[in-house]
Write a protein that binds this ligand. Structure first.
Ligand code: FE
Length: 336
């Protein structure tokens, strides 16, 4: 009886101390259908309503800059470490001290300002008739003169390639990365154009022998039942690069709380929710990615088919910071 009375008083006190957040303003550059279920589940369990603004990364960053201190945004989520770094450089993210996030997300996949919630790998895709797997076990081998006229890849300035370049700089140094970029450009089958899926299709069609692609584009094709996609999947092989050295380069989906967030408590709750078992499954599987929380397993036939691999454990903050240097190196090497 005495205890019950104490609980009533305590909860009243916490209500009067500050009104709990009842909404959260989320700026998101992710547009996956499964994210709907993810947000609904958060609203149901916390009673906090999510107001979502979805747009391209650059438009959202521009909006955040213009809104400044008056921005209603609490949380910003996007894909790619380089883009998260851009937001970080604009000084948009608040430091988040959360024991939950610290415990659940591996140290190399968080910076203190922003957190990765899923990972994707940059893989090598090859035409099984044109290329032998032993020719392309590493990113470095893509610059081997033996592959002259065989390489298809999207523009060097794209964040996915810049992140890979940044990882290579961290592991091999700038000089080796520049020599690699020059060798890669010398091996191009055609001038860079299109996205990763276009490169995979060009490999399947025999226009090139090898290409670089993010893993989820491959997984998407594996899960497709369209006859033309089945043909593509049959024609290609997939390599996890650098298994004997620093591991396959990975990139992330992630986000953080904004410094100007009006609902800071809700923002931290939401970030912690994204690291929960259920959310990890939704978040990663929605785009055929891997959860960052170690013991969370997804049931995804395409990811299972691609199999396990050794991922690079370079700190994601370092990956993103090297992107500017990578851009300069790729420019000099003529990877436009
Ligand atoms: Fe993508």
């Amino acid at each position: 009886m005495k205890l019950q009375g104490w609980i009533v008083v305590a909860s009243l006190a916490s209500l009067t101390a500050h009104a709990a957040d009842t909404e959260l303003n989320l700026y998101s550059a992710r547009h996956y259908q499964t994210d709907e279920a993810l947000y609904k589940n958060f609203e149901k369990t916390t009673g906090i309503k999510i107001n979502r603004i979805e747009a391209q990364e650059d438009a959202l960053l521009e909006r955040l800059k213009n809104e400044g201190a008056n921005s209603p945004a609490d949380v910003f989520i996007t894909v790619d470490a380089t883009r998260l770094a851009k937001a970080d450089e604009l000084n948009l993210f608040a430091e988040v001290k959360s024991p939950v996030l610290a415990a659940r997300i591996p140290p190399h996949l968080q910076t203190g300002e922003w957190f990765a919630f899923s990972t994707r790998a940059r893989v090598i895709v090859y035409n099984k008739l044109a290329i032998k797997p032993e020719q392309i076990q590493t990113y470095e081998q893509l610059a081997d003169p033996a592959l002259k006229g065989q390489v298809c890849v999207r523009a060097g300035m794209h964040p996915y390639n810049l992140s890979l370049g940044a990882a290579m700089i961290a592991h091999e140094g700038e000089a080796k990365t520049e020599a690699w970029a020059r060798g890669l450009v010398a091996n191009f089958a055609r001038a860079p154009k299109g996205g990763d899926t276009d490169q995979i299709k060009a490999v399947a069609a025999g226009e090139c022998g090898v290409a670089l692609s993010n893993s989820y584009y491959v997984a998407r094709l594996i899960r497709s039942s369209a006859p033309e996609d089945r043909k593509v999947v049959e024609a290609i092989g997939v390599i996890w690069p650098n298994q004997k050295t620093w591991g396959t380069h990975i990139n992330v989906s992630g986000g953080g709380m904004l410094k100007t967030a009006p609902h800071k408590e809700a923002a931290v709750k939401f970030l912690e929710y994204l690291a929960s078992d259920d959310a990890q499954r939704y978040f990663a599987d929605g785009n055929n990615e891997w959860p960052v929380v170690a013991d969370v397993k997804v049931k995804n036939p395409a990811l299972e088919r691609l199999g396990p691999f050794k991922a690079d454990t370079l700190a994601i903050g370092r990956t993103s910071k090297g992107a500017i240097t990578a851009q300069k190196i790729f420019d000099r090497a003529g990877w436009r």
